[in-house]
Design a protein around this ligand. Structure first.
Ligand code: DX5
Ligand code: ZN
Length: 220
C-alpha cells in the first residue's frame, strides 16, 4: 500500500562536510535526505537555503526532501526548483491564504508538494489540501515543535497519523522529530511510512543499523 522511506535529517550532520555526510547516509541505506530550511522567523533558528541545496545537488542524485519552516514559502519555490530540490513541504500555518497557488507552482517546477503541521495545529486543517486538483502528495506530521533537532517525541501526535491513514490509505505520511529505535513503533503502528530521523541516526555508532531498524518497523 505504502513504501517505507527513511530520511535522515541533515540538520544533525556536519554542515562543513555536507556532501560526504550525504554520501555516508546513502551508503547506510537512506532513501531520502531531509533538508531543514529555516528562516529565523517562522522558527527561532536559521539553517540553509537554495544556494546550499544547489551545491549539494552537484554531488548527489539523491531525493532532497526539503522541509520549509519559513514564513513565506512561495518565495522559495522558484529558487529551490532551480537548485534541484525534489520535495517541497511547506507549513499549513504559513500558507493559509495561498496554498493553492503554492501547490500549483511547486508542481510546475517538478517538485513533489507536501504540507506540514505543527503540534498545535489540528489535522482537519490539512484536509482541504488533500482533495481536489491542487492537492499535496505528502503530509508531514511534526512530532516536536519545529526548529531544532534532538527534542523529545510527542506520542500524542499519533492520533493525527491514525486519523489521516484511515482516510488516505496510500498517502505518504511523514513524521519528524524525536524518531529513533524507542519511538518508531508508535509512529509506524499509527500508519506513518516516511520516517525523518536526525540525532538517532547521526548520533549512533552504526547509523546503518538504525536505518535498517527504522525501515523494518514500517508496515508496507
Ligand atoms: C526539527 C526538524 C527535524 C529535526 C529532527 O524542526 O524539522 O527534521 O532535524 O531531528 P531529530 O530526529 O533529532 O528530532
Ligand atoms: Zn524537518
Amino acid at each position: 500500500m505504502v513504501k517505507a522511506i527513511i530520511a535522515p535529517s541533515m540538520l544533525s550532520s556536519d554542515f562543513a562536510n555536507l556532501a560526504s555526510e550525504a554520501e555516508r547516509m546513502l551508503n547506510c541505506g537512506a532513501d531520502w535526505l531531509h533538508m531543514d530550511i529555516m528562516d529565523g522567523h517562522f522558527v527561532p533558528n536559521l539553517t540553509l537555503g537554495a544556494p546550499i541545496i544547489e551545491s549539494l545537488r552537484k554531488h548527489t542524485k539523491a531525493y532532497l526532501d526539503c522541509h520549509l519552516m519559513v514564513t513565506n514559502p512561495l518565495d522559495y519555490v522558484e529558487p529551490l526548483g532551480k537548485a534541484g530540490a525534489s520535495g517541497f513541504t511547506f507549513h499549513v500555518e504559513a500558507s493559509r491564504d495561498n496554498w493553492q497557488e503554492l501547490v500549483q507552482k511547486i508542481k510546475s517546477k517538478g517538485m513533489k508538494p507536501g504540507v506540514s503541521l505543527k503540534p498545535g495545529t489540528p489535522i482537519e486543517e490539512v484536509y482541504p489540501l488533500l482533495d481536489g486538483e491542487n492537492s499535496v502528495e505528502l503530509v508531514l506530521v511534526m512530532t516536536v515543535e519545529p526548529g531544532f533537532g534532538g527534542q523529545k517525541f510527542m506520542p500524542e501526535m499519533m492520533d493525527k497519523v491514525r486519523t489521516l491513514r484511515k482516510k488516505y490509505p496510500s498517502l505518504d505520511i511523514e513524521v519528524d522529530g524525536g524518531l529513533g529505535p524507542s519511538t518508531i513503533e508508535a509512529a509506524t503502528s499509527a500508519g506513518a511510512n516516511c520516517i525523518v530521523a536526525g540525532s538517532s541516526v547521526f548520533g549512533a555508532p552504526d547509523p546503518a543499523q538504525v536505518i535498517t531498524l527504522l525501515r523494518g518497523s514500517v508496515e508496507e
